[in-house]
Design a protein around this ligand. Structure first.
Ligand code: ZN
Ligand code: ZN
Length: 101
């Protein structure tokens, strides 16, 4: 099922201890997304953005710069995670895990 989200004009930094929103998103989903979450877009040049969903919840979702600069609602695949602190925020980031190998 797809969702409609709106990219927030002000992209604050995460306060949950994650390095950035992509870090937050990857830890929460335990994976990487390779294309933009917009169902009509296949760009691979993506970063995680703060968005608000239909119910006003702040969510994090990977988008390309083009889609992230749209002011209207975007139809996106179900890839969003909450922008609130999640249990997954406590695990060390993938970036640090890569360095320790
Ligand atoms: Zn986090
Ligand atoms: Zn896109």
């Amino acid at each position: 099922m797809n969702h409609e989200v709106k990219v927030l004009a002000i992209q604050s930094e995460p306060s949950c201890g994650c390095i950035n929103w992509m870090d937050h998103w990857e830890k929460a989903t335990n994976g990487k997304r390779v294309t933009c979450s917009n169902v009509l877009c296949y760009s691979e040049d993506i970063s995680a953005k703060l968005v608000v969903d239909e119910r006003g919840n702040q969510m994090v979702i990977p988008l390309c710069e083009d889609c992230a600069s749209q002011s209207g609602y975007l139809e996106v695949a179900e890839t969003q995670v909450s922008a609130h602190k999640l249990p997954s925020c406590n695990i060390s980031s993938f970036v640090q895990m890569d360095k320790s190998k």
